[in-house]
Design a protein around this ligand. Structure first.
Ligand SMILES: NC(=O)c1ccc[n+]([C@@H]2O[C@H](COP(=O)([O-])OP(=O)(O)OC[C@H]3O[C@@H](n4cnc5c(N)ncnc54)[C@H](O)[C@@H]3O)[C@@H](O)[C@H]2O)c1
Length: 282
């Protein structure tokens, strides 16, 4: 039975996933190598819970209980749990190195899941000593709000692991969709063109960022492509584009956009840095 969850990486996604786990009664360990990120994550989780209390959606007592379930740590030795959900930077080698350490420290029944948006789950799986207990668990941003989770099954993922992660999604109030490992899985493959075509339109002078966003939002999309890229993080979005581009033998249709690369070079990563395609004050 899953009681304790360790979330590795306290950035945009890890922070949201940890909050979600705490809200649904799981003892949750949130691990990061960066002290500032951990502090920011703790503050933002408290701020989100406080906002829910002010809106009458949560009692002060419930807020305290959720906060008590959450531990923030930079000590990898604290990362002992029934399930590990990895949400660190989108770099295969960093993920593999971390999984190696976490597998060595955790019990035989522990399940390992990566929240990667685009790195091959099969590649990660081949590099860990427990391939049967390894799968992708792809949450969407913001994790506490978005309903969908893609459970990405690679060739060696056991049926028990897939089932356990499906049940975990249910316990977290999510809708799980099982999919086979493939570049970009389902959503990121389909959505790639939402971003890339929008940037091509802007670059060719057809319409401005603001106009493209407004048109898409007026036509039923929850967020325009540029606003969505700012929310995702320019670095994360570019890394996903690059991985999918490579995976499809550099097919022109998946080629990362110049504009995206310039933004990353300039450090304008979107909401998390206060500036991306738009500027943010808080
Ligand atoms: N941003 C999105 O919209 C989104 C959506 C779904 C999935 N993802 C995936 O989730 C993962 C994290 O993305 P993010 O947007 O939260 O990134 P982020 O840049 O906000 O956070 C990444 C965090 O990982 C930490 N980190 C780096 N190396 C580490 C290590 N070895 N051990 C522990 N922590 C480490 C960093 O300090 C940072 O806090 C990526 O794999 C990304 O593809 C992102």
């Amino acid at each position: 039975m899953i009681q304790t969850i360790c979330v590795a990486g306290a950035g945009t996604m890890g922070s949201g996933i940890a909050l979600l786990c705490g809200q649904h009664g799981f003892t949750t360990i949130l691990f990061d190598v960066n002290a500032d990120t951990l502090a920011r994550s703790q503050n933002s989780i408290t701020a989100m819970l406080t906002a829910l209390v002010s809106k009458g959606k949560l009692s002060v007592e419930e807020q305290m209980q959720i906060e008590q379930r959450l531990t923030f740590t930079m000590d990898i030795r604290a990362c002992v749990a029934d399930v590990i959900i990895e949400a660190i930077i989108e770099k295969a080698q960093a993920k593999i190195a971390l999984f190696k350490d976490l597998v060595a420290m955790n019990a035989d029944a522990c399940i390992f899941a990566s929240n990667t948006s685009s790195i091959s789950i099969s590649l990660l799986q081949e590099s860990v000593a427990v391939p049967g207990r390894f799968a992708g668990m792809h949450f969407f941003n913001p994790a506490p709000v978005m309903k969908l989770v893609e459970i990405v099954v690679a060739p060696q993922t056991s049926t028990d692991t897939a089932l356990a992660l499906q049940e975990l999604c249910e316990a977290l109030g999510k809708t799980a969709v099982l999919c086979k490992d493939s570049p970009g899985f389902i959503v990121n493959r389909v959505a790639r063109h939402y971003y890339l075509e929008a940037m091509k339109l802007e670059a060719s002078g057809v319409a401005s960022i603001e106009v493209i966003d407004e048109i898409m939002e007026t036509n039923g999309f929850k967020m325009g492509p540029f606003r969505l890229m700012d929310l995702i993080g320019m670095d994360v979005n570019l890394a996903v584009s690059q991985t999918i581009y490579e995976a499809f033998d550099k097919a022109e249709r998946f080629q990362p956009a110049e504009l995206q690369q310039q933004k990353v070079k300039a450090g304008d990563l979107g909401k998390k840095t206060g500036k991306g395609f738009y500027t943010y004050t808080s």
